[in-house]
Design a protein around this ligand. Structure first.
Ligand code: ADP
Length: 399
């Protein structure tokens, strides 16, 4: 497997993010480059950086180069072939948002798997079709290259049925209305990293706060997910950049029946107009809100902190106490101010902040005598996908 690489792909509605990992040995991979084409369909733009963050290419593309997702894949492929001429593409790992109730681990994609994943499109109509269309296109273009699907939901399939249920009539559960949970690749990476960074927590009760533009929290016991704040969709739980987090379903009934809001308008409201953006009326970006003196910007930040603290309490109750707290993703990794406020809100649980360590960004951000330790661990979903992809390809080569 010398000079081999693994391509990791994350396809959105108008963007294609990709990372190239080189194989160091039969068991480990190292990032070589990371890039994306965004603005697909409008103003496509290709940008790729090497592992150290230096720009390898940054340019606008014509619409004939990347006017649609399929063209963007071809463009990505030809750029990669030019820049990684000596490397052989061993496999492609895809981030797939939904694995439903049955996919509890990554899987090599064949026609049967693809058909099963198509069946899940109604569960994630905004994301799943893009993920699958890229898998399909790559299978057509490079049929000899194995494709691996890694799911955002899979890590949460260790939940008990109790944590998977809604209190609806039973037929809804059997028809797939369940609490699937998301950000699973991020939580899996954190669980896999804990033994190195905080070995005393690896077998313990840990709440992980993935606070990015999408945000959720996960309760880990012994490295396994036991509960999460996201449910049937990535709308539930804590407030996010443009999503409201948990909302009384009565509000939706009211909007539909009293205000004539359509399903399409609801979708836009819930995915794109709410959360920090909706509350502040200014921005979905936490940095902008923290820099603003506008009262509604402050209120939006207060609301975010309040609900994250509340959910940490809820997950601590589920775990029967908590040994550690981990912050990750954009806000969790980079905002000392938000971490400090969340940790202060968790003082009752036994979290004591180390202000200097928190300013430095950790990894440990709690005081030496804190009953519950707190940590910053940068997540790496792409690396998780690359590792899974290598493991599956190696296992299938062994037969
Ligand atoms: P995604 O969910 O899109 O992967 P990220 O995990 O990259 O998002 O998080 C992006 C968000 O992180 C941004 O919208 C921004 O609000 C927040 N963020 C990044 N850096 C900082 C910072 N230094 N302070 C506060 N918030 C930050």
């Amino acid at each position: 497997m010398n000079n081999s690489s693994i391509l990791v792909v994350n396809a959105g509605s108008s963007s294609l993010k990709f990372s190239v990992f080189r194989l160091d040995s039969t068991e480990s991979v190292t990032l070589a480059a990371r890039g994306q084409i965004d603005g697909i369909g409008t103003h496509p733009r290709l940008q790729v950086k090497d592992a150290a963050g230096s720009t390898l290419v940054k340019r606008d593309c014509t619409t004939s180069e990347a006017g649609a997702m399929k063209q963007a894949i071809v463009l990505t492929g030809s750029w990669l072939r030019q820049h990684f001429q000596k490397e052989q593409l061993l496999a492609v790992g895809h981030r797939v948002v939904h694995g439903g109730a049955d996919f509890f681990q990554p899987v090599l994609v064949d026609a049967n798997v693809l058909a099963a994943l198509e069946q899940l499109v109604p569960l994630a109509p905004l994301h799943q079709p893009h993920n699958l269309s890229v898998i399909q296109a790559m299978r057509e273009m490079q049929p000899q290259v194995p494709q691996v699907a890694c799911f955002d939901t899979a890590f949460h399939r260790s939940h008990s049925q109790l944590a998977d249920l809604y209190a609806l009539p039973w037929e809804y559960y059997t028809a797939g209305v369940r609490r699937y949970g998301f950000h699973g690749l991020s939580y899996e990476y954190i669980a896999a990293t804990l033994p190195e960074i905080a070995p005393e927590l690896a077998q313990g009760r840990v709440v992980v706060a993935h606070l990015g533009s999408g945000a959720s929290l996960c309760a880990l016991r012994g490295g396994k997910s036991v509960d999460s704040t996201m449910g049937f969709s990535p709308l539930d739980g804590v407030p996010m950049g443009t999503r409201p987090g948990a909302l009384d379903p009565g509000v939706l009934l009211h909007l539909v029946s009293q205000q004539g809001v359509s399903a399409a308008e609801l979708e836009k409201l819930l995915y794109n107009k709410s959360g920090l953006l909706g509350l502040s009326g200014i921005s979905n970006d936490m940095r902008v809100l923290l820099d603003s003196s506008e009262p509604r910007a402050r209120l939006a930040v207060d609301y975010f902190v309040h609900h994250v603290v509340k959910q940490i309490g809820a997950l601590a109750a589920v775990l029967g106490g908590v040994d550690g707290l981990v912050f990750t993703a954009g806000i969790g990794e980079h905002s000392a101010a938000i971490r400090a406020r969340i940790m202060q809100g968790c003082a009752w649980l036994g979290v004591a902040v180390d202000a200097d360590a928190n300013q430095r960004g950790g990894p440990r951000v709690s005081a030496a005598d804190s009953a519950v330790s707190a940590w910053v661990i940068p997540t790496n979903e792409e690396l998780m996908i690359a590792r899974h992809t290598l493991a599956l390809v190696a296992a299938s080569a062994r037969g």
